[in-house]
Design a protein around this ligand. Structure first.
Ligand code: ADP
Ligand code: MG
Length: 252
């Protein structure tokens, strides 16, 4: 995977959000998705770790704490490859703006923090196009932890990096592990040209920044859809005929 952005001449556009757990990615990408949909744009949303194909194995492996750093990385790479080939790429070919809640950089950061080789990880995801733009939500780790605890409960086993046995207390472990991940993201800003967002700011300010950034770089008027909105939630895995319909809808 190279630094240069671009989607290999495909008509769609690829936008990704990245950052540690609790940095506010899902909040922001959901608002962006609704904004684009509300304008009647061809937009598609895909979420990390959501492939039906490996769901059972991922769940079992995590629940029973069976995953090693290598199998953790591979199972997520399989999840991503499945969504990439059956959803993301077809939708880019069909001329959609594809929004990804986490992309390959999640693995580059998280699996390196678990001890995987950075070179191996980059090779593993060599099939994936770099996004047109990737927002890195940069937030102090203690603020992210506060948000998570407030929103639901303690960080879970893998979020806290408990498998690494850095600390016995999950919160302390979270701070160390997510700190390592943040260091990897900061390094990748240079390597892959990630766009930093100050994720400590209020939700509205961040969203205003994102909308402005996207509108300045994607000719949105070229992404209008007639009547059909497509989302991963609504349709599940993409059958080729849906993609074909979407493509024809564009030509009409
Ligand atoms: N800018 C913000 N200020 C305060 N709280 C926020 C902000 N952004 C998100 N949150 C809250 O923090 C929690 C985690 O946000 P979320 O978007 O799920 O993060 P992520 O997807 O990065 O893990 C949620 O409860 C959300 O409402
Ligand atoms: Mg999220």
């Amino acid at each position: 995977m190279t630094r240069s952005s671009g989607n290999g001449g495909l008509p769609g556009r690829l936008v990704a959000v990245e950052g540690i757990d609790g940095s506010g990615k899902s909040t922001q990408i959901t608002l962006l998705y609704k904004w684009l949909r509300g304008q009647g744009r061809r937009v598609f949303f895909s979420e990390w770790n959501s492939s039906e194909l490996v769901r059972g194995a991922t769940k079992r492996g995590k629940k029973n704490q069976l995953l090693t750093p290598t199998t953790f990385a591979l199972i997520h790479a399989t999840d991503f490859a499945d969504r990439y080939e059956r959803q993301i790429l077809p939708m880019l070919r069909a001329g959609f703006i594809v929004l990804c809640d986490r992309y390959v950089y999640t693995s580059f950061a998280r699996d390196e923090a678990r001890g995987c080789s950075p070179a191996w990880l980059r090779q593993l995801y060599g099939f994936a196009h770099p996004p047109d733009m990737t927002f890195f939500f940069h937030v102090p780790v203690d603020l992210a932890l506060d948000r998570l605890v407030q929103a639901r409960s303690e960080p879970n086993w893998f979020e806290a990096g408990m498998d690494l046995e850095l600390e016995t207390d999950p919160r302390e472990s979270f701070l160390l592990f997510q700190g390592r991940i943040t260091a990897c993201y900061l390094h990748m800003m240079q390597e892959f040209g990630l766009t930093r967002v100050n994720a400590a700011l209020p939700i509205v300010e961040q969203q205003e920044f994102l909308r402005r950034y996207v509108a300045e770089r994607i000719p949105l008027e070229g992404f209008e859809v007639g009547t059909e909105y497509v989302s991963q939630d609504a349709y599940g895995p993409f059958p080729p005929e849906t993609v074909e319909r979407a493509r024809k809808g564009k030509a009409r």
